[in-house]
Design a protein. Structure first.
Length: 402
């Protein structure tokens, strides 16, 4: 077999794991290697190479490495829970900055329980135990569950497309993980379990500083929003991906979408009402990652503001990218459109200032194919809320007189 790693070709005579093949490169890497990509698929270091391919190593200082780190920590948490509170089920709810919020079903979270979990998890990581992936056929998995009468990983059987069932074993503990996890427990040495509201946080390092825990950041508004989301979808009984998939299979998804849309519209209407009450508000900022729905949200908020007799104008930051030749690049030499330097801040700030001063500005439209801003005589101007209010009051007076 011929295996490509970076700029060299390695010839392999027989089956070998990635760990064995690249032992020297793994040991000399600046940060611990936690996984790999083999022929564009994420795998752990115990993956057996049986055919030609290309390998890329993943360390804990990368975004994908952080994801594997997080999944491995959650797996170790499950094993520690089995040791500390056998039979109890952990619910991993959502992600906060460098942490996952978890709960334990029908269990009060005490400081003693948190300390016991922390201690047991550190014992597991200090032993550097192997984590082995076991692949079963559907028939083997069905026989396994009939014989053992357990629930961990059983949900995989309910999905008819799953012809192979995956389990990860560490000593006598096993569980299913969606996605790759590390092949040993010792790589995830840096973590912390802390009590948080009615549950606890599993804290872990960031990819930018992978060898230390970041400061705990209180994100109360985000936690409140996620808790509300979780509570509502518990009521709808679609608070997990599995339950959502089952709702699709059972043709109940239309009702769930309608309920979610109604809730979303109610929230947007409430935001518009709050904006209308505050006469000092001149600008609304909408933030979010790529493809998160900012433009759609702005349009829907605009409709609700019009109902409140406010006619907003919308500006998209996407139209203020710098020229393609001036776009910054990341460490791989690719264009970094997420960088603040990718935005023409000088022009953007000038236009915002002009609009807030009541002036008319010509808004550019960015041509992504050519990588340049174009001006198509699209001019906008903010109508002051006072003038809108006076016109509305005059209309109401005329209607009253009639």
């Amino acid at each position: 077999m011929k295996i490509q790693y970076q700029d060299k070709i390695i010839e392999v005579a027989e089956e070998i794991t990635i760990q064995e093949l690249l032992k020297e490169e793994i040991e000399k890497n600046k940060y611990p290697i936690i996984g790999a990509i083999f022929n564009n698929e994420y795998v752990n270091l115990s993956y057996p190479i049986t055919k030609d391919g290309e390998i890329k190593l993943i360390d804990i200082a990368s975004k994908e490495g952080t994801k594997i780190y997080r999944r491995t920590i959650i797996y170790i948490l499950g094993k520690a829970m089995e040791d500390v509170c056998p039979g109890k089920k952990i619910v991993v709810n959502y992600q906060l900055p460098n942490s996952m919020f978890c709960e334990i079903e029908n269990t009060e979270i005490t400081e003693e329980l948190i300390q016991n979990l922390n201690d047991q998890m550190h014992k597991i990581t200090e032993k550097n135990l192997p984590i082995k992936q076991v692949v079963m056929t559907r028939k083997q998995a069905e026989e396994f569950y009939q014989k053992n009468d357990v629930s961990k990983g059983r949900l995989q059987l309910d999905l008819s497309d799953n012809q192979e069932i995956y389990m990860y074993y560490c000593e006598d503990y096993y569980n299913y993980c969606y996605g790759t996890i590390a092949n040993r427990t010792g790589i995830t040495k840096i973590f912390e379990i802390v009590k948080y509201e009615d549950g606890f946080l599993v804290r872990y390092p960031s990819s930018s500083k992978p060898e230390q825990l970041p400061q705990l950041i209180q994100t109360k508004k985000l936690a409140w929003a996620l808790n509300e989301y979780d509570d509502i979808h518990k009521i709808l009984d679609v608070n997990t991906v599995y339950k959502l998939n089952m709702a699709v299979e059972q043709d109940n998804i239309k009702d769930i979408i309608m309920l979610d849309e109604a809730l979303h519209e109610k929230k947007i209407a409430s935001i518009a009402d709050q904006i209308a009450k505050n006469r000092n508000v001149k600008m609304i900022l909408i933030a979010g990652p790529s493809s998160s729905g900012k433009t759609t949200f702005a349009q829907r908020l605009g409709i609700q503001l019009r109902i409140n007799h406010i006619k907003p104008v919308t500006i998209s930051v996407d139209n203020y990218f710098v020229e393609r030749k001036d776009t910054p690049r990341n460490e791989n030499g690719e264009y970094d459109f997420e960088s603040i330097e990718a935005i023409d801040l000088k022009l953007f700030n000038e236009h915002l200032s002009s609009l807030l001063n009541g002036e008319e500005v010509e808004i550019p439209e960015f041509d992504f194919l050519e990588g340049t801003k174009r001006y198509n005589r699209k001019k906008i101007k903010i109508r002051t809320r006072s003038s809108t209010s006076s016109r509305r009051n005059s209309l109401l007076k005329r209607q009253a007189n009639q």
